[in-house]
Design a protein around this ligand. Structure first.
Ligand SMILES: Cc1ncc(COP(=O)(O)O)c(C=O)c1O
Length: 387
């Protein structure tokens, strides 16, 4: 989260004064308004706010009808939640290597396709847009759904289209560490009515039938699901955050470009699938060796890091997945389900050369949207000094 202040305080105060904090109400309708704003910003037919990005990924997979017997391809470099959402619907995560853009390699994805592959989740990690042209073309050719994990890329775009709206569905996160935030939060974006209806039912299975007319126009039958419902306080904050989104992204991109211009003659900047659409949250710098990357990172400081050190963002640190414990009860464990058991990957022994190579000899420099020219000069001077 980058910018939060009086607008959010006033919005929350209005909700509290209305004494209507539940999302179905006759007062502020903050959730409805925020979803309407999201539809406008993203150009998506449907936007469904909820409590987390993990919930959004899970709801979207439920919406696609993914379940036991299905495989879902996702990259090595993403937060564990991406893989856990797949397991939550009873399917099997199949892990594929990244490429030099730090995002899912289309070629590696294609190699992992089997007759059981029903979905691929390209992850726009660190706000870096995936190669969606290539990924969507491969997915379309095989009848595979594309679910964009845009949880680290709220508002970013690829070739002029917002991330999360190019595949069949997209998931956003609004937790503390995202471009915009309400502390926690998430959303599903889609143009598909059936997917939306199923995600709607799943995310609020206990209350959907009993409050307001939320089932008006819903033709999908009700089924048991989860409770991932948002509330008016979170929606009021997010509404204000969405109004700030493009300003934040514009300044992040401006400062990322400005730092790049100041240092690109002295270091190698990581490749991008679409630098214009990139959220601009971090600038990747690539070194020849891990030792050089570590040395640089230690000298530069300023919140920089080697992606290989980011723990649960790297597949080998996904303990529950690596050790194939898919549920709290063995009978509910997708890794033990007869439809899946013969096809569970040997996660611990898989080798992903590009992941190991790129993540260990890259350093990510955080970008601040509020840097002044002087601060940009200081950051650039610090890069040169560290080099
Ligand atoms: C790539 C990615 N996917 C999914 C999630 C899950 O989002 P949340 O924490 O809102 O559940 C995160 C959160 O950090 C993430 O970084």
């Amino acid at each position: 989260m980058y910018r939060i202040g009086q607008e959010e305080i006033d919005a929350v105060a209005r909700v509290i004064q209305s004494k209507n904090l539940f999302k179905i109400n006759d007062a502020m309708h903050e959730t409805e308004q925020c979803e309407a704003l999201m539809r406008e910003i993203f150009g998506a037919k449907r936007a469904l706010l909820m409590t987390s990005g993990t919930g959004a990924l899970t709801s979207a997979l439920v919406g696609m009808g993914i379940g036991p017997g299905d495989e879902v391809v996702l990259p090595t470099y993403t937060y564990i939640a991406t893989a856990m959402a797949v397991v939550a619907v009873g399917a099997i995560p199949v892990i594929a290597d990244i490429d030099e853009t730090y995002t899912l390699s289309p070629a590696a994805f294609e190699k992992k396709i089997t007759p059981r592959t029903k979905c691929v989740i390209p992850v726009h990690i660190q706000g870096f847009p995936c190669n969606l042209d290539a990924i969507c073309a491969i997915a379309d050719a095989h009848g595979i759904f594309v679910l964009e994990d845009a949880c680290q890329a709220d508002g970013g775009s690829y070739k002029g289209r917002r991330l999360g709206t190019i595949g069949k569905a997209g998931a956003l996160s609004f937790n503390q560490f995202k471009v915009i935030s309400a502390g926690e939060g998430g959303a599903v974006l889609t143009d598909d009515d059936v997917l939306y209806q199923r995600a709607l039912i799943y995310h609020d299975a206990s209350a959907i039938a009993y409050f307001g007319n939320q089932l008006a126009g819903v033709t999908e039958p009700q089924f048991c699901g989860a409770e991932l419902r948002t509330n008016e306080v979170a929606a009021a904050i997010l509404h204000q955050q969405f109004l700030k989104l493009d300003g934040i992204l514009g300044d992040l991109r401006k400062n990322k470009a400005a730092l790049t211009a100041r240092i690109e003659s002295v270091c190698r900047i990581g490749a991008s699938n679409d630098i214009e659409g990139d959220c601009g949250t971090t600038l990747p710098v690539v070194f020849d060796t891990e030792a050089k990357a570590r040395d640089f990172c230690g000298r530069y400081g300023r919140g920089s890091f080697l992606p290989i050190d980011t723990g649960k963002h790297i597949y080998s640190h996904w303990t529950a997945i690596m050790e194939t414990r898919g549920a709290f009860h063995p009978a509910l464990d997708p890794f033990k389900h007869p439809a899946n058991a013969p096809f569970v990957p040997d996660y611990k022994n898989e080798v992903f050369p590009v992941t190991q190579d790129m993540l260990s000899r890259s350093v990510f420099l955080p970008i601040n949207p509020d840097w002044t020219e002087k601060e940009l000069d200081e950051a650039a001077a610090a890069v040169r000094a560290a080099l």
